[in-house]
Design a protein around this ligand. Structure first.
Ligand code: FAD
Ligand code: DLZ
Ligand code: SF4
Length: 508
């Protein structure tokens, strides 16, 4: 009897577990562009266009491979508007006996599928290195979860950069070498840009018409939309940028949006690239003497370490994770997160880049927008929804632990042992933003003082009870305690003024 096989917009992998369980002769693949998925947050138009275009091409590839695919386009008059609605409609059409689905990456959709009045066979997503069970076993009984220990297990499991049971070159982690400030010149021109073909153009017109008012610029649209193109981008980056990836991983530049970053998270997360295949290509570049160990190890750690660890946390912590708010932050997200209209050059540039590219790199997300939101006490749920909407690589399983956990410390320290906060001096060291800013990064008080300088101390004082005993934060509190009392008062007064201006809806 016919079964339906669900393939979601971030499950575009030929080795998807649901496809492996299905029978080409009798089962029917269901793929659907639906309003519910396209609007549960106001996604960036580039993100929607990327997913729809990649879905359409993947459906064509499946048909070429002999599958029967029932594909619903967004503007199809029969479109019911939701994934479950489409499954019910197709089930009735084909008198299907049930649905095979690879587990979605968001609790929201897992629960919707489970509540559907159809027989459901939901199977594990095997495109990850660690299964839920492996992560649970690893986490079980540990007082504290730390990525580094998990990462070493993933190195052992995959054999990547291993010499027997020892890490190559005698060390697990070369992060110490990966914190160089921005170089004057970047000899990499950024990701490969693909001219939209007919399928992509059709999707761009649709997205423009339906989601043209969402935050974000749709054109020019240059993303890869199939595996062949995504692999070309990966190979291009390995050849031209990987060797310097490690050195400048944390750097930021006013006039360069991509530096030496790989710009492949969109493709890995949607299924166009396989994470292990990516890591093997990088390991090979190291073995061939093309890339140094700090670059190869730094990169592989991001994928088999951080990426897997974040997913582990999301599924371990459960559906309420995105509503955590241990610091009790309640301030509304300032409007400059949407219009980039702020005198803070670092924030303005990061938001403008996000608007144009649906992309910002890790340190921009963590130490500019994320840092500001945390210091200013913005409601973490609003911050989470912003990140989920604006980045083309954002799905809750990876976005939420990065935002709620790593960036906003709203989970109370599950992802990270201390909050990622800094004053303007960190941004000044790692970028040239401050040279182009109205504010003065060296000013600690007064009308031109960098807002990060003011809010940094205000944050630490607001949360003194929670953090002063944290061994990694003791120094910060000692520095504050040594400061002249009059100066401390001025800092806190200036911070208060700044926050009240935010509350009044003013741009700062
Ligand atoms: P590179 O810098 O070239 O890194 C290589 C790869 O490593 C990435 O493609 C990605 O697959 C992986 N990676 C690196 N860091 C992380 C991480 N912390 N978590 C998971 N994977 C990682 N990444 C997402 O994929 N989706 C998100 O929604 C997302 N939201 C984030 C929100 C915040 C606040 C922060 C601090 C980080 C977030 N990240 C997210 C992680 C990281 O910023 C992006 O993966 C990275 O910027 C993607 O760009 P790239 O491909 O050029 O990465
Ligand atoms: C993000 C997204 C969007 C914008 N649209 C669709 C869609 O129309 N159809 C679909 O199958 N998937 C879409 N996605 C991806 C899903 O939201 C994603 O599968 C879930 O959030 C789980 O990660
Ligand atoms: Fe950002 Fe402060 Fe530097 Fe301006 S001075 S760019 S606000 S860190």
């Amino acid at each position: 009897m016919t079964r339906l096989v669900l393939v979601l917009g971030d499950q575009l992998s030929p080795n998807l577990s649901a496809l492996q369980k299905a029978d080409k002769d009798t089962d029917i693949i269901v793929m659907a562009e639906v309003a519910d998925e396209a609007s549960y947050v106001p996604h960036h138009p580039k993100k929607i266009a990327f997913i729809f275009a990649a879905m359409r091409k993947f459906a064509d590839a499946l048909r070429d491979d002999g599958w029967q695919v029932d594909y619903t386009k967004l503007d199809d008059p029969e479109n019911s508007g939701s994934i479950t609605g489409e499954l019910l409609r197709r089930a009735e059409q084909h008198d299907a006996s049930g649905v095979i689905a690879t587990e979605p990456g968001e609790w929201r959709l897992i629960e919707a599928l489970q509540d559907m009045p159809l027989k459901l066979h939901m199977i594990a997503d095997t495109r990850f290195i660690a299964s839920h069970k492996e992560f649970e076993d690893w986490a079980e009984g540990r007082k504290e979860l730390r990525m580094e220990w998990f990462y070493r297990d993933m190195r052992r499991k995959t054999g990547l950069l291993m010499d027997g049971d020892k890490p190559v070159e005698g060390k697990w982690n070369f992060d110490h070498d990966n914190r160089k400030p921005a170089p004057d010149d970047v000899d990499f021109n950024g990701p490969m840009q693909f001219t939209p073909d007919e399928t992509v153009e059709e999707v761009l017109d649709l997205v423009e018409q339906r989601f043209g008012d969402n935050f974000g610029t749709l054109r020019p649209f240059w993303f890869a939309t199939d595996t062949g193109q995504a692999r070309r981008q990966l190979t291009h980056w390995v050849k031209h940028a990987l060797p310097k990836f490690g050195d400048f991983q944390d750097a930021m530049l006013n006039d360069n949006r991509f530096l030496y970053h790989s710009i492949i998270s969109f493709y890995i997360n949607a299924g166009l690239l396989d994470p292990l295949e990516v890591c093997e290509q990088v390991e090979q570049a190291y073995k061939d003497g093309h890339a140094p160990i700090n670059a190869a190890e730094g990169f592989i750690r991001q994928i088999i370490g951080w990426r897997e660890y974040m997913r582990g946390i999301y599924f371990l912590e459960g559906p309420d994770y995105t509503s955590r708010n241990v610091l009790g932050h309640e301030r509304a997200l300032p409007s400059f997160f949407w219009d980039a209209d702020t005198r803070m050059n670092c924030v303005s540039k990061t938001v403008a880049q996000t608007r144009d590219e649906a992309y910002a790199h890790h340190i921009q997300r963590l130490m500019v927008t994320g840092n500001f939101a945390l210091l200013a006490g913005i409601d973490p749920h609003e911050v989470h929804e912003w990140y989920l909407a604006v980045y083309a690589d954002a799905y809750e399983w990876v976005e939420a632990p990065n935002v709620i956990g790593m960036s906003q410390f709203a989970d109370g320290g599950i992802v990270g042992s201390k909050p990622y906060v800094s004053s303007g001096s960190y941004i000044d060291r790692m970028s040239d933003y401050c040279k182009h800013c109205d504010y003065k990064v060296k000013d600690k008080t007064g009308p031109d003082a960098c807002p990060f300088n003011l809010l940094y101390w205000d944050f630490l004082m607001r949360h003194r009870d929670r953090f002063s005993d944290n061994p990694r934060m003791g120094n910060m509190y000692r520095t504050w305690d040594r400061m002249d009392e009059a100066r401390r008062e001025t800092v806190l007064e200036d911070a208060k003024t700044l926050l009240s201006r935010l509350d009044a809806g003013e741009s700062v």
